[in-house]
Design a protein around this ligand. Structure first.
Ligand code: ASP
Ligand code: MG
Length: 635
């Protein structure tokens, strides 16, 4: 077994090096920088715009660069094709859907090549299949496995601009099945091409000036960012900053592609998405190999839980406001869904802050009587001194619910109970008993084939604190909240639940276990709540309700009328008071927070759907994200 693994690794490494060698040859051959440019649908929406794109391409060539250009379908072509399909079938065959949708890009590559040729620039258009963009055989949501570069390089050497159809690939050389990458996928095509060609940059041209601090249609004084890290971008991208396909950012991060997002209509520099220097990885299995590239742990953690705090606006603001005034740095925070009319709030702090954090919680508990229900008594404070946080980290987890499920199953198989779960786009962390930490790390390293396991945690990364703590804010109105009541409190339940959902390709977002235990027929139980895309909510509910008898949990409820507001920023690491400021801004509007979940670089709150936009606006203002330059975005 080990031998086979080593042999595969060796082959992959060889393939990787041979690609490097080819590129080196090209560069020795006198060609200067190789750039991949991608133009979105609006940028090629008309003949005039295609001509404007051609001019920009030629300008870049004249500056001494070789160019691969990726284009989307013209304007709203893809939407139109989807509509046509649905006029014929409510559930169109996915293979035929790919056949249909891939035509949009074929139109724009041909027209752009003609425009270039007309202006005297040699150019050639190529479909995904002609290039050799090989994908999984998953129609309508294929991931890229590998990209052949020889044909493109030959044309480049011969002085042509290569115009490649975005969004599409081919399932294998044998049957030449056309696949598409999922809506918005041409960003992903472009960055994958840049990675495969070892291009010096990938430029995404779009109809907005770059990445903004939030959605300017909801917050008019949103501001352009000159730079953002790929981790921050990943946390924002799937939250609604729709400028960049999250999978494109994953590839950029994993392969260290220099990525720039800028306007097609101006020469402004746009936003640079910066990635850390990547660990070397093979180009085979481009989008699927190694979704997890590090296992991290932090044993310097302790947990404070407050049970039965009243469910009304301002409680979290008050608790974390006081914690911040004491300069205590909080890492994870979770607030569970309400039971009756009370919540549980739990958070972790460094061990040496535990006594002070506990004192703060104990001091305000008596004031948190639940007026609506005098029998409920006062909030109760519980501490847990010996916990560890174990995390899997990597770019490649978005849209792959199986990765989280695999983490939970691995911990379950090792007999480890999960006390808290924190999920984000680039990291999933579980709080476990301190004595389980080593076993958890060993099991996770084995399953995800990672051998390094750097100690991590909020304090280890505190060097970033000269950055503004919060870079952007996002609103997601397309999530629904599910709650599973009375889940037996034993190892393996989270694994079962999230494996079941993952098998049906349902991605979960915030996951929260209530802190209080309730005895149901002599069994200790907790509630588990999480959010999923609204379109998956009913299916998830049905699946889980069906499992209730066998697994012993209670009712499964859905609340679709929620909004999730989030703040993101690498600079919040190791800086107390950020969460408090967010909760305070929300509380001042008398908006009730239904759930809270955090990761190291993101804090998310679930609020009632009707309050979502207002919550986003006040948070954006609270962190001084506003600019004075009005950003114009097309409708
Ligand atoms: N044309 C495809 C879509 O609209 C791909 C893209 O534009 O990125 O989804
Ligand atoms: Mg797009």
């Amino acid at each position: 077994m080990e031998r086979t693994k080593a042999a595969i690794a060796k082959t992959l490494a060889l393939q990787w090096f041979s690609t490097t060698a080819q590129v080196a040859k090209v560069q020795v051959g006198g060609i200067m920088a190789l750039i991949v440019q991608k133009y979105g649908g609006t940028s090629v929406g008309s003949v005039e715009r295609i001509q404007a794109v051609a001019q920009r391409v030629i300008k870049t060539v004249r500056a001494g660069n070789s160019l691969v250009v990726v284009v989307s379908a013209m304007g709203k072509t893809t939407d139109g094709l989807v509509k046509l399909a649905h006029e014929i079938s409510a559930t169109p065959n996915r293979r035929e859907m790919d056949m249909l949708l891939s035509t949009g890009e074929q139109v724009s590559i041909a027209l752009l090549s003609m425009a270039l040729q007309e202006m005297g620039q040699p150019a050639i258009s190529m479909t995904g299949a002609q290039v050799g963009i090989v994908t999984e055989a998953e129609h309508t949501r294929a991931r890229i496995l590998s990209i052949e570069t020889e044909r493109m390089q030959r044309h480049l050497r011969e002085g042509r601009v290569v115009v490649v159809a975005g969004f599409q690939g081919v399932a294998s050389h044998a049957d030449l099945e056309i696949t598409t990458l999922g809506r918005g996928g041409s960003d992903t095509s472009a960055v994958a091409l840049a990675a495969a060609l070892k291009a010096s940059a990938c430029e995404i041209y779009t109809d907005v000036p770059g990445i903004l601090t939030t959605d300017p249609r909801l917050v008019p004084d949103a501001q352009l960012m000159a730079e953002i890290t790929s981790d921050e971008m990943l946390e924002l991208a799937s939250l609604g900053a729709k400028v960049l396909h999250p999978r494109a950012v994953e590839i950029a991060r994993n392969y260290g592609v220099t990525l720039v997002v800028r306007s097609s209509w101006s020469d402004d520099p746009g936003t640079k998405v910066v990635s850390p220097i990547p660990q070397p990885r093979p180009l085979q299995g481009l989008e699927i190999a190694h979704p997890v590239d590090a296992i991290e742990f932090d044993t310097d953690q302790a947990k404070v839980a407050m049970l039965r705090v009243p469910d009304r606006p301002g409680i979290a603001a008050r608790l974390f406001g006081e914690i911040a005034r004491q300069s205590l740095d909080v890492d994870l925070i979770i607030q569970s869904i309400h039971e009756g009319n009370t919540n549980d709030i739990a958070f972790t702090v460094r061990k040496n802050s535990l006594n002070r954090a506990e004192a703060v919680a104990a001091a305000i508990a008596p004031a948190l009587r639940n007026d609506a229900d005098p029998t409920s008594g006062e909030a109760e404070v519980m501490v847990e001194r010996h916990i560890a946080k174990v995390s899997i980290a990597g770019a490649g987890m978005i849209g792959r619910p199986g990765v989280a499920a695999q983490m939970f199953s691995t911990l379950a198989a090792a007999g480890i109970n999960i006390q808290m779960i924190s999920t984000s786009e680039v990291k999933i962390s579980c709080a476990v008993a301190a004595e389980d930490c080593d076993r958890a790390i060993a099991a996770l390293c084995d399953v995800f084939q990672v051998n390094s396991s750097p100690a991590s945690g909020h304090h280890a990364e505190a060097a970033t604190s000269d950055l503004p703590p919060v870079r952007g804010a996002a609103l997601d109105l397309r999530q629904a909240q599910l709650a599973i009541r009375h889940v037996p409190d034993r190892p393996g339940m989270a694994a079962k639940i999230f494996t079941l959902l993952a098998d049906c390709n349902i991605s979960v977002d915030m996951i929260i276990q209530s802190q209080r235990c309730r005895l149901v027929d002599g069994v200790a139980t907790r509630d588990i709540a999480f959010t999923v895309a609204q379109q998956d909510a009913e299916e998830a509910r049905t699946l889980l309700q069906k499992a209730a008898d066998e697994w012993g949990h209670g009712e499964v409820t859905v609340d679709p009328a929620i909004a999730k507001v989030s703040i993101v920023g690498t600079g919040m690491v190791g800086r107390p008071g950020i969460a408090a400021r967010m909760f305070e801004a929300i509380a001042q509007q008398q908006i009730n927070i239904q759930m809270i979940a955090t990761s190291e670089i993101k804090i998310s709150c679930v609020v009632p759907e009707a309050e979502g936009v207002r919550a986003l606006q006040v948070i954006h203002a609270a962190f001084d994200l506003s600019g004075n330059e009005a950003i114009v975005v097309p409708a």
